[in-house]
Design a protein around this ligand. Structure first.
Ligand SMILES: Cc1cc2nc3c(=O)[nH]c(=O)nc-3n(C[C@H](O)[C@H](O)[C@H](O)COP(=O)(O)OP(=O)(O)OC[C@H]3O[C@@H](n4cnc5c(N)ncnc54)[C@H](O)[C@@H]3O)c2cc1C
Length: 450
């Protein structure tokens, strides 16, 4: 019986194993997972902290019965420590006993994801320091909140995980400070839209300190007491670091698998690594950015699920492709919804485009219709009118608008194509001129020199 060995039992790994077993039931699929949990939605962790998700077990994507019914064997607390590709086997350490053994494969999928990357700063550890990356982090934070009743929190990092942590900790009644080294918010929102997010955070009582450098960590006993920054000393009961992630591929350094400088594995459109029988998918991989055409690292659950499925199909002998991403993401910041897709203006310039932008403020529904709220949209194109990216921040409807832009980017549309795009309209959902069409029109006018 041929055997697929999967390293990592989350989105990418479980998608691949499920797909392979569906297409080739004669294959054996074994998943080796270093952690104590399998197949959960890490995306729900901020809402577990905030209480909207009640129990950590609610985040499991697949129950044990479902996994068994798919004919997948998941072995927990098994860490793969080395790849011996010439012998088609890996070395596995059983966590707990420390015993090591080889495991053979016919096909190997590396789906080891990413790990939280903490800034290298002496003393950055303690009972009240948290990351929000896996279910263990989520459980630990939930327990700390319930048992210790902290009153203040400092969140370090203003990407979407940091913003979601801020919202959820504030919802629990904590007084929250958000710091970030640069001025960037949610990847790279343009200044006008970033300002909307900043105002919303401040209106909700969040103390926001962008462009803040941390110099030193001061501890008291087993806890962090304060971060010493160029804006002064910042004390809190709880510290949460969300300054980014890096691919969990250290155990593959020195192997022939092609790897970017940050450790992300390079794969082709079929998720093959180029090493015979070895595939990779998810947050441990680079992907192609469909706008710049260059490799990029944008680790997201949507991509991990798709890549896993494509890898599973190709291991099964089908021909499936994962062409790449346009970098679409959306998040909620209290009553605002913020979304990004494609390249920001600085990213487009760095990729060699000569850039034009337009930003408009509109309303989410027909003006006379009750409810709704402001919507701000910023579009980026090259000077010949090719759409390169867009940002949306609004009271509602952001996902639909940013998804429309993502579809336009995927299809390689021009600003002109967007101007008269047949978007749905009815008063409860949009004005007759959707803000997206208004933004496209404004950008076209700028491109025409008006
Ligand atoms: C707080 C939070 C919120 C998020 N929100 C969103 C969102 O709203 N939308 C979105 O699209 N994405 C979101 N994401 C990202 C999404 O969760 C990830 O992109 C997705 O989980 C990646 O799946 P993966 O299978 O590639 O890797 P992972 O989920 O990281 O799983 C990899 C697994 O491999 C295991 N492993 C690692 N090394 C080894 C080894 N050597 N041996 C054995 N096992 C190993 C790890 O223990 C881990 O369980 C969020 C992530 C977090 C943390």
């Amino acid at each position: 019986m041929p055997r697929l060995l999967v390293i990592g039992g989350m989105a990418a790994g479980m998608s691949a194993a499920s797909k392979l077993r569906r297409l080739r039931p004669e294959w054996e699929a074994t998943v080796l997972e270093a952690g104590p949990d399998r197949s959960y939605g890490a995306c729900g962790l901020p809402y577990l902290a905030g209480g909207e998700v009640r129990d950590a077990s609610d985040l499991y994507a697949l129950g044990e019965d479902e996994i068994a019914a798919r004919g997948i064997e998941v072995r927990l607390r098994q860490r793969v420590t080395a790849l011996q590709e010439g012998r088609k086997r890996v070395e596995v350490e059983e966590l707990g006993s420390g015993r090591r053994r080889p495991e053979a494969y016919d096909a190997l999928l590396v789906a080891t994801g990413a790990r939280a990357a903490l800034p290298s700063l002496r003393g950055l550890s303690g009972e009240n320091l948290f990351t929000l990356h896996d279910l263990g982090d989520g459980r630990r934070l939930q327990k700390f909140l319930e048992v210790e009743h902290p009153r203040s929190a400092l969140v370090w990092g203003s990407g979407y995980i940091g913003l979601e942590a801020v919202e959820n900790l504030a919802r629990r009644g904590l007084s929250v400070t958000l710091i970030n080294r640069s001025v960037r918010v949610l990847r790279d929102l343009c200044p006008h839209l970033r300002e909307k997010v900043v105002l919303e955070l401040e209106a909700r009582g969040v103390r926001l300190l962008l462009e803040t450098d941390v110099g030193e960590v001061l501890s008291s006993g087993n806890r962090i007491a304060s971060l010493e920054t160029d804006r002064g000393s910042l004390a809190a009961d709880l510290f949460l670091v969300a300054t980014g992630v890096r691919p969990d591929t250290d155990f593959l350094r020195g192997s022939p698998l092609p790897m970017a400088a940050n450790g992300a594995l390079a794969v082709d459109e079929t998720c093959a690594t180029g090493i015979h029988g070895v595939w990779a998918a998810g947050d441990c991989c680079e992907v192609t950015h469909l706008v710049s055409g260059r490799p990029t690292y944008i680790p997201l659950g949507t991509t991990a699920n798709k890549m896993g499925r494509v890898a599973g199909a190709n291991i099964a002998g089908e021909r499936e492709r994962f062409p790449g991403v346009v970098g679409t993401a959306v998040t909620r910041v209290f009553s605002l919804e913020a979304g990004v897709t494609g390249l920001s203006a600085p990213a487009a310039e760095a990729a060699g485009f000569s850039v034009e932008t337009a930003t408009v403020d509109g309303w989410s529904r027909a003006g006379y219709y009750p409810g709704g709220g402001p919507v701000a949209i910023s579009l980026v194109s090259d000077r010949r009118g090719r759409l390169l990216g867009g940002h949306v921040v609004g009271a509602e409807g952001t996902k639909g608008r940013v998804d429309t832009l993502a579809a336009a980017l995927t299809a390689g549309l021009r600003v002109e194509d967007l101007v008269h795009m047949d978007l749905a309209y009815a008063p409860p959902f949009a004005p007759v001129w959707d803000p997206l069409l208004v933004a496209a029109s404004a950008l076209r006018n700028k491109l025409r020199g008006r």
